[in-house]
Structure formats: C-alpha cells, structure tokens
Design a protein around this ligand. Structure first.
Ligand code: GDP
Ligand code: MG
Length: 728
C-alpha cells in the first residue's frame, strides 16, 4: 500500500495575469471557495490527484508585490512565509514582463521554490514580443514553462515541472537574486551577520531576507522579529536604525526606495537579455477600441446603452423561462394537491413550501442572465472601462469608479454585489460601498412594484417604477456624501485605474464566473426562503381554533338550502345559472371566513401590534405584516399580501389586485409602501453577507438601522406630503 504524497502548490501572480483561469483549468470543478482566515479576501483551494501525487492547489490573491501594503499582499506573503508551500507557481503576464517580474524577484528573494509560468504567450507574440525562456530560466535559475491559460495549453507540463521542483533538493543560488547598491549590500551583510550571531536559531525565515526586510523597515517583519528574538532582536533593530539613518544620508532617499529602484534596475537588465521586440509592432487593438469606448463624449452614452441592453436582456429574455418555471411550479403544486390528503401538512406543503420557494425560483433565469452579462463585461475587459467612465461621477460620493461595479450588481442582487466590494483596496471605501449598495433596487423588489404600481398606477406604472430606481440612486449618493464627510472620513487616495487589454471571452470561464455567483445566491436564498416561507405560513395558519364572530358554517348551510329550493323550482337553463351563482356565493362566505381567520392568526395579531408604527405612512396592518416578512426576502412581501387578502396563492395576481383595490389602499399609500420596500432593511441573506464582508456587528447593525430609518422618513414625507398636496 502506497500512501499518496501530498504537495501544496500555490499560484501567485499579478491581477489579471490569468491565475484564476489556470487554477480553474487545473482543478476543474473540484474547488473550495472561502475566505482567508480573518480577512475577507477570496480564498480558492482545489485538491486533485495527478501523476501519482495528491496536489493541493491554492490560488493566492493577485498582487504586484509582496510589500505588505494591501490586505491581498499581506495574505499572499503570509501564506508563502508561514505555510511554506512546496512550490510557488508565479503566473507571469508575458505581455507585461516588467511588471510581472517585480513580484517574481520578491518571491525569489524569500527563497521558496519558484516556477515561472509565462502565460499570455499568445498575446505577447501578437504584440511582436518574443521571450527567450531558456535564457530567463538560466539567468534566474528558475524553471520556466509557456502556458496559454484560456486555451488550456501547457497545464500538464506546468504540473510536472512543479512536482519535479518540489522533489529537488533545496537550491542555494542566492547569487541569482537582485544585487543592491554597494552601500545597501554592505548594510544587509552587517545585519545578516548580527542575526546569525545573536538570533539565528530563533527566527524561522532566511537571514538574508529578514535582513532586507528589516532594512526596508517592514512593520510586520519587525514585530515578529522582536517577538521571536526578544532582547537580541531589539538590539539588532537599533543597529538597523543606525544603518538606515546612514543610508538616508548617503542617498538622500529612504533605503526602501533605493532598493525598489535597484530591483527595477535588475529587472530592466533581465528584460534586455530575454525580450526582443520585433520592429513592425502590430497596431494596438485595445488602444483603438478604447479611443471609441472611453471617448470623452460618446463613451458615456455607449456605456448607458450597454447597461440598458443588459437589463433589457435580463428581463425580456428572462421572462420566457420565468413563465415555464411558473407553470412548472403550479403543476407541481396541483399534483401535490391531488395526491396528498386534506390536512395541515398539505396546507404547509402547498402554501408554505411550494408557494414560498416557488416564488423565488422563478427569478433564477433573470439572475443567471444578469450574472452572465456581468461576467461578459468583466472578461472582455469592459468592466474596467465602465469603472473608468463612472470615475468622475463616483467622485461626487467620494468614491472611485471601481465602487460602481458592486453598485451596478446591486440591481441584480445585493448578495454578490456586496461580495464584489472585495476588489476595493481601501477598507473605508469598502464599508462605504457596502452601506450604500442596498439602496440599489434589487430584482427581488421588482415583483412588489409590479403588483402595487400595476394595481394603482396602471398606465403610469413604468414611470413610477423608474422613479423608484432613481430615488434609490439619489439616496445612495446623498448617503455616500454624508458618510464620507462624517463616519468614514478620508481622502480618496489617488490611484491608477488599470485598463487591461480587451480579450475575447471564453465561454467556459464565463460559465464558471456566472455559476460561482448564482450558486451562492441559490444556496443562501434557498435556505433562507424555505425557512422564511414556513414561518410566514405557520404564523398565518395558527392558532387553528379561531373564535369566529359569525357562524360561517351555518351561513353556508343557509345559502346552500335557499339555492337548493330555487334550483328545484327552476327550469333546465335556470338550474345551470343558479348552480354557478351558488358557487360564487359560497366562495364569498369562505373568503370572509378566511379573512377573519387571518386577522385572528398570530400574523394578524403581530400586524395589529406593529401597525401604529406604519400608520403615519398610510400602511395598514396587512401591509405592516408583509413588510415584516419581507425581511426574509423581498419577494415574500407579495406572497404575504396574497395570504392576507385570502386570494388563491401568489400565482393569482388579478385576484390580488382586486383585493388590494377594495382594501382601502390608495395610490398614495401604495407609493409610500413601495418607497418603504425600496429603502428599508436589506434582506436576511444580504445582512448575513454584510456581516461577513465587514466582519463587524457594529457596521451590520448600523446598516440595518440607517436604511430602515431612511425608509420610514422617506415614506412619511411621501405620504404626509402627498396628503398635504391634496393627493390620495
Ligand atoms: P486573474 O486576475 O489573474 O485571476 O486573471 P483571470 O484568470 O481572471 O484572467 C483574466 C483574463 O485573461 C480572462 O479573460 C482570461 O480568459 C484571459 N486569459 C488567461 N490566460 C490567457 C492567455 O494565456 N492568453 C490570453 N489571450 N488570455 C488569457
Ligand atoms: Mg482571479
């Protein structure tokens, strides 16, 4: 019996170098997605068996360096240092060798086993760039493999080389690393000597690397160093301080800046050696496309058009499968109705579970389409341009264009939108974006608008719904400015917007991106909706023995009897008519009975309890209950209204409309209710996501309280203001 040997292979590289593509190629669908311990940066891991080994592949966050400035860099560096993966594959963007090599030299310096994947080789050569891999490999003493991530080329060779490297004896080729200026090298040697004499056995990193980091004044390394080496550590740090001062005098520049320059010098040297650019450079296609798409005048209209087209596609194309699923759900429901005997369980199954989950599952096509479009925008490289175009407008809120992407996704669903804030570097920007994203009206709120606006505004429904979306956007801008100048003060640090080259998207990668997000949506919503529906159902179904004020069964008997007498006396034609009349009359009584039942149910009692809060907004107890249940998911507002108005379940929209009209609800109170739905607390799944991404109860609670207060105030203004102006 041979135990398989496990090797850990980490993928490092710049953002957009093709890391995730290669990760997906290697691991297929066998991957685990989570967060790095303690921070909200995506962690992907996959386990595969290949070439007789068990390989654990880890996708490190994309970084340009290992200088711990951003969370991503700290996470990547910690992993390399603390978990000591057997091999690190550095995915290099061959069409951007200089920038990629900066990270590469830093990885080499740590002295882990590094292997280069020269990815995007196709792009490089189409730009007329040729890279001499053998020379690169010799110069840096690193195995080099060419790959084309999006065509799945070179993966097996890459893994084979990685295994070979892992099994090789540790290399000692320090001389293949960056050589710094003489003064710096002298300082490094001095510190290294000190460490070796006084603290060698107490630190677990390589001494040269430690010396370099101390000289660079790396806070994290310094802290750990003192922790481990104690008094000797303090002493060495003091010594380092003296050296730093000396270097600062000599160069008139912080040593770390000189060292960065040295690294770039080293890289420039390598590039001269290994890269040749043919004279007849191809026309830069991306730049030409950008001349149009990011044009100062037509860039914005084109962008608006794309967004419009995306929503059109989402809702028009999505309507077809939505219909199919809707009829599927009602088929299942009537089938279940026909085989399950009349009981409490039947009621739970049909009205609680199938009705509740069914009302959400119908949105799956819309969500899939929306996420497909977003993946398309991302993979082609257009999303970065959208951020660029929106940058100016976003600065009104004190945010960068990058924050626009999560907000845009918020129109689909806030859960993935809040997850998308991970791409923002600054913690404050991230929290600010998370706080204002829920004002983007998500697709789950649309059914509520459709029912209410459709009922009370008829032909003007479209305009009303559009205004609601607009109101959400305006309030998010106002809130953003407010937070920026109070709770989340800060300057928007200047940064360069990355504009990666346009690429033809790959269907496979589009599908993976789309599914990654939809899966999350389904999983979270599925669980929450199921529980929510059952709770809503239970609250409306219990208590069972209602004390009716009138004797409905006696009333029904009486109606039956009087019709029977009339029917007996009538002729053939009259009999048929009367029979139909009898059905209607009985249904009327049943409806009245159900209304009383609901009113006396727990849900009715809760509604009556909270209704004083909603009264100034023109929302009655039924509306209040629906709003409460909307906490589980916004679509539930509609199905709860259905239950409360004792119509035939969520599918029967006309009955609901009639019931709403005769309930005393007015266009003004309907508008007030829609405004409330637009703005009030995010649904349970979103709240869970906010908690996860901010890692703070404080901000989560703040988000809930803030949005609900804004909702109440806005609805109050709408309703009371409208009344003052004479609307009803
Ligand atoms: P990451 O940010 O490093 O994870 O990069 P991704 O894996 O998301 O890749 C960014 C884009 O580059 C995607 O659209 C890929 O399809 C594309 N891509 C990946 N590898 C290659 C390659 O070798 N050649 C070309 N032309 N495109 C690639
Ligand atoms: Mg990636």
């Amino acid at each position: 019996m041979s135990e398989k040997k496990t090797l850990t292979i980490a993928l490092a590289g710049n953002p957009n170098s093709g890391k995730t593509t290669i990760f997906n190629n290697i691991t297929g669908t066998r991957q685990k997605v989570g967060n790095w311990p303690g921070v909200t940066v995506e962690k992907k891991e996959g386990l595969i068996n290949k070439f007789g080994y068990e390989l654990k592949i880890v996708d490190l966050p994309g970084t340009y360096s290992l200088t711990p400035f951003s969370i991503e860099e700290i996470v990547a560096r910690n992993f390399v240092l603390e978990e000591s993966p057997d091999v690190i594959i550095d995915i290099i963007d061959s069409s951007n060798l200089e920038r990629s090599l900066y990270l590469a030299t830093q990885l080499r310096e740590i002295d882990s086993k590094v292997l280069f994947a020269l990815n995007m080789a196709d792009l490089a050569s189409s730009h007329g760039t040729k890279i001499d891999a053998e020379k690169l490999s010799n110069l840096l003493d690193v195995p080099v493999v060419f790959t084309v991530g999006n065509k799945n080329e070179g993966m097996d060779i890459l893994l084979k080389e990685a295994i070979k490297l892992a099994e090789s004896s540790p290399d000692k080729s320090e001389n293949r690393n960056v050589k710094y200026s003489r003064d710096i090298e002298n300082a490094i040697t001095k510190i290294q000597g000190l460490i070796e004499r006084k603290a060698k056995d107490r630190i677990n990193y390589k001494t040269r690397w430690t010396a370099i980091k101390l000289l660079e004044d790396d806070k994290i390394v310094k802290e750990r160093f003192v922790e481990k080496a104690g008094a000797a550590g303090e002493e060495i740090l003091e010594e380092t301080g003296v050296l730093r001062k000396y270097l600062l005098n000599a160069f008139d520049e912080d040593p770390e800046i000189v060292m960065t320059d040295d690294r770039y010098g080293f890289i420039a040297g390598i590039i001269k050696e290994v890269q040749t650019i043919t004279v007849k450079q191809r026309v830069d296609v991306s730049r030409n496309i950008d001349l149009v798409l990011t044009n100062r005048f037509i860039g914005f209209p084109i962008f608006i058009f794309f967004i419009w087209a995306m929503f059109q596609l989402t809702f028009t194309l999505g309507a077809y499968p939505m219909d199919w699923i809707e009829s599927g759900v009602s088929l299942i429901s009537s089938y279940a109705g026909s085989i399950v005997p009349e009981s409490l369980f039947k009621d739970l199954l049909i009205n609680g579970i199938i009705g509740g989950v069914g009302s959400v599952i119908v949105f799956l096509p819309n969500i899939l389409i929306l996420f497909f479009c977003i993946a398309l925008l991302e993979d082609t490289g257009y999303m970065a341009r959208a951020a660029f175009i929106m940058d100016k407008i976003m600065h009104l809120i004190g945010l960068h264009g990058k924050s626009f992407i999560p907000m845009l996704m918020g129109f689909g669903c806030n859960v993935p939108a809040i997850m998308a804030t991970r791409t923002l570097e600054s913690e404050k920007d991230r929290i600010l974006t998370i706080l204002i994203t829920p004002f983007m009206s998500c697709s789950a709120k649309l059914p509520v608008y459709i029912v209410l606006a459709g009922t009370f505004f008829a032909a003007k429904a479209g305009n009303v719904i559009f205004s609601l979306y607009l109101l959400g956007i305006i309030l998010s801008i106002i809130s953003g400015r407010l937070f920026r100048s109070t709770l989340l003060k800060g300057i928007d640090a200047p940064f360069v917007m990355e504009l990666p080259p346009y690429r033809v998207p790959m269907l496979r990668s589009l599908m993976i991106h789309m599914w990654d997000r939809s899966k999350m949506f389904l999983k979270r919503m599925g669980g929450v909706i199921l529980v929510g529906s059952v709770i809503v159902w239970s609250l409306s179904a219990f208590p069972r023995n209602v004390d009716y004020s009138a004797d409905y069964s006696a009333e029904m008997d009486r109606a039956n009897e009087s019709f029977n007498i009339k029917i007996a006396a009538a002729d053939e034609k009259g009999k048929e008519l009367l029979k139909n009349e009898r059905i209607v009359a009985i249904a009327e009584i049943e409806k009245a009975m159900n209304a009383v039942k609901t009113e006396k149910s727990y849900m009715g009692r809760i509604g009556k309890g909270v209704s004083p809060v909603f009264e100034p907004l023109g929302i009655d107890w039924r509306g209040s209950v629906s709003l409460l249940t909307g906490f589980f998911a916004k679509e539930i507002v509609v199905s709860t209204l259905g239950v409360l108005y004792s119509t035939e379940g969520p599918g029967d929209k006309d009955a609901l409309k009639n019931a709403l009209r005769s309930s005393g609800m007015t266009p003004l109170s309907a508008l007030s209710m829609m405004v409330f739905v637009l703005l009030y607390l995010p649904c349970l799944a979103t709240i869970a996501m906010i908690r996860k991404e901010t890692a703070s109860f404080k901000w989560t609670a703040f988000s809930i309280i803030y949005s609900t207060s804004v909702a109440w105030i806005a609805s109050f203004c709408v309703f009371q203001g409208g009344k003052l102006l004479g609307f009803s």
